[in-house]
Design a protein around this ligand. Structure first.
Ligand SMILES: Nc1ncnc2c1ncn2[C@@H]1O[C@H](COP(=O)(O)OP(=O)(O)OP(=O)(O)O)[C@@H](O)[C@H]1O
Length: 412
């Protein structure tokens, strides 16, 4: 495969692009693909290998309810009580996700659950006395409220406060807590980890892991255009997180507000998706006279069918994803000076799309982006398909670069 238009400095490459066997073992375990898990193990991938959040293949399979994969991993000697960054074992995950059969299997192998019964609560509650909000540092502000950096049980975490104008409405608060209860069940290396909701607080506050490097919006504002390898690695991170949400059972989770502000970066440089489903609250607000969050930038990434208020499905997130990838290649949103609502309007009614210059985009990337922002939602690829295509583009780009640098060595 030939890639055109890439021209970058070696020093701009990220130190590590994670597309190897380790990641695949975790991905296949999370998807319940037993045959592929066996294949990876036979290649010699370490059974107890963990991701940045110290989550192993057994954590992921137990959390997703893949009994056969759990049995396979245990039979091959997986550590039944490995602890992730949040102190959870595979049994803690199986319990909070209600996978009773897997709980029995893990218990029979000596599995313990240090998190205990708390994990079965509808929404994990944390006593507000455990967090001193008077010592909180303001990190940012969004449509729903302020975000603070706080300490909880010795760890730096983010505390998201919800404006009282929103939280005081019982219906909105209920929807919100339901979304959080769903979020607490999700575990994936590319999804921001929810930690719990503060109990007995006069405000509605919830805790998530703290991502030191801020949002993709901040990164693009600081660095401008990203080099193609970084863009492809970041696109893969977002696509993997989104694929996990879309493959959630029994119902797919649609993000509805995928924007660079809702993608955060951890210390290891990995991107994680956050705030999925919370835009439902914006819709609730609508019926109480609030406006959608277009002012915060959401219109810029909005699929035409959402703007036209038609029924929509998972592929609205694919549309937003394409615009984010485009923005990483460009360094800024297209039509920056134009009003976001006007842009959404032209996309919805005139089929307008951002330009794709041959100098910046490899041909395969152009084809992929055009498919992702296709006007017919049914013609857009799924995130599973996008991941496969991005991996091919990244592989061929990396090997083409290696060949080029070898050639340069020979000349020297
Ligand atoms: N878990 C987190 N770790 C570190 N920083 C965070 C975290 N969550 C949010 N932030 C920072 O706080 C800012 C505000 O976040 P918030 O989610 O409230 O709003 P937003 O996503 O920027 O906008 P909107 O809510 O309107 O979509 C973000 O832009 C980000 O820089």
């Amino acid at each position: 495969m030939k890639l055109v238009g890439f021209c970058l400095e070696q020093s701009m490459l990220p130190s590590k692009v994670d597309s190897g066997g380790t990641y695949r073992l975790l991905e296949y375990s999370s998807k319940g693909d037993k045959a592929c898990v066996i294949q990876e193990l036979e290649k010699g991938v370490d059974l107890n290998v963990a991701d940045y959040d110290r989550r192993t293949a057994l954590h992921l399979a137990a959390c997703e309810g893949w009994t056969e994969v759990v049995v396979l991993l245990l039979d091959r000697g997986a550590d039944v009580n490995s602890l992730d960054r949040w102190g959870r074992t595979p049994l803690s995950d199986a319990r909070s996700c209600g996978h009773d059969e897997i709980c029995k299997i893990l218990e029979a192998k000596g599995g313990i659950d240090p998190v205990g019964d708390d994990s079965q609560a509808p929404c994990f509650e944390i006593d507000h006395m455990e967090v001193n909000m008077d010592e909180a540092t303001l990190i940012g502000e969004g449509a729903y409220g302020e975000v603070y950096l706080v300490k909880w049980r010795g760890t730096e975490v983010a505390a998201k406060t919800i404006r009282s104008s929103i939280a005081s409405n019982p219906r909105v608060k209920n929807t919100f807590l339901k979304e959080l209860a769903l979020w607490q069940r999700l575990r994936h290396p590319n999804i921001v980890q929810f930690l719990g909701v503060l109990k007995h607080s006069d405000r509605l506050i919830f805790l998530t892991e703290y991502l030191r490097n801020g949002s993709l919006y901040d990164i693009l504002k600081k660095k401008g255009r990203l080099d193609p390898t970084t863009t492809l690695a970041y696109a893969l991170d977002i696509a993997r997180g989104m694929n996990y949400l879309h493959q959630h059972r029994p119902h797919a989770i649609i993000h509805r507000d995928l924007t660079p502000r809702n993608v955060l970066q951890d210390e290891a440089g990995r991107l994680k998706v956050t705030d999925f489903g919370l835009s439902k609250i914006a819709q609730e607000k609508d019926s109480y006279g609030y406006k959608m969050t277009g002012g915060t930038g959401s219109y810029r990434y909005m699929a035409p069918e959402v703007y036209r208020r038609e029924s929509y499905g998972k592929s609205i997130d694919v549309f937003s994803f394409a615009l984010i990838v485009h923005e990483m290649f460009q360094g800024a949103p297209s039509n920056r000076v134009e009003n976001a609502e006007q842009i959404a309007d032209r996309r919805a009614y005139e089929d307008s799309r951002p330009p794709l210059s041959s100098f910046i985009y490899p041909e395969e990337m152009k084809t992929l982006l055009k498919a992702c922002w296709h006007k017919n939602p049914d013609c857009r690829p799924t995130f599973e398909e996008i991941i496969v295509q991005l991996e091919v583009i990244l592989d061929s780009f990396t090997s083409e670069k290696a060949t080029k640098s070898r050639c340069r060595c020979i000349v020297l």
